[in-house]
Design a protein around this ligand. Structure first.
Ligand code: IMP
Ligand code: MG
Length: 187
């Protein structure tokens, strides 16, 4: 899909291009490959937002890893966190004594991941780390260690490359700032 397609008209602008995303994921994959040499690695995709990032990232990790999928709901259809997190789909396998890498699309308030890390820690993994595509540090309300991050972004609502607004825009190949008129008219 190219940036002249109609769906791009709902963006104020493109914030991170597909080329920048690919280059950053390649570097991150190399770093993770180095850090987990000789370790039992389980990479956990947080559905749905992280799915595109996850499929690109695992192909840049040169290790015999396994994959898991988990779905949590933290937001309704709006653009800000409720603080209420619910597990919609849990992991299929036990993570005891495994090294868990959680792959998330974006860390905003940090509430979702903070909750997830505490839940997964109760299952006694060897380690838990977080890899996020995007980080909005200005919005953090809880203390959360994020070990791997591709891009720090400003406090704006973004869509594309897996990230949605009201389940739409996930299929944009680039990441863009959603035009406020799209969600203001919905409120
Ligand atoms: P947190 O619990 O506030 O850190 O929210 C994290 C979740 O909120 C992410 O996994 C996203 O699903 C969603 N989210 C936060 N900011 C954005 C954004 O700018 N665009 C799309 N989704 C977002
Ligand atoms: Mg979402």
């Amino acid at each position: 899909m190219d940036i002249h397609s109609k769906i791009y008209q709902d963006l104020t602008r493109v914030l991170v291009t597909r080329e920048e995303i690919a280059a950053s994921i390649k570097k991150l994959g190399q770093q993770i490959t180095n850090d987990y040499q000789g370790k039992d690695l389980v990479v956990v995709c947080i559905l749905k937002g992280a799915c595109i990032f996850f499929t690109d990232l695992i192909r840049e990790i040169d290790l015999p890893l396994t994959t898991e999928f988990m779905s949590v709901s933290s937001y309704g259809s709006g653009t800000s966190s409720t603080g209420v997190v619910r597990i919609v789909k849990d992991l299929d396998r036990n993570i005891e004594k495994k090294n868990v890498l959680i792959v998330e699309d974006i860390v905003d308030s940090g509430r979702t991941l903070s909750y997830l890390v505490s839940v997964l820690n109760q299952r006694h993994p060897s380690s838990i780390r977080i890899a996020t595509l995007l980080d909005k540090p200005a919005r953090r309300v809880v203390d959360l260690q994020v070990q791997y991050s591709c891009f720090n972004i400003p406090d704006a609502f973004v869509v594309g490359y897996g990230l949605d607004y009201d389940e739409k825009y996930r299929n944009l190949p680039d990441i863009g700032i959603l035009s406020p008129k799209i969600y203001e008219s919905a409120d």
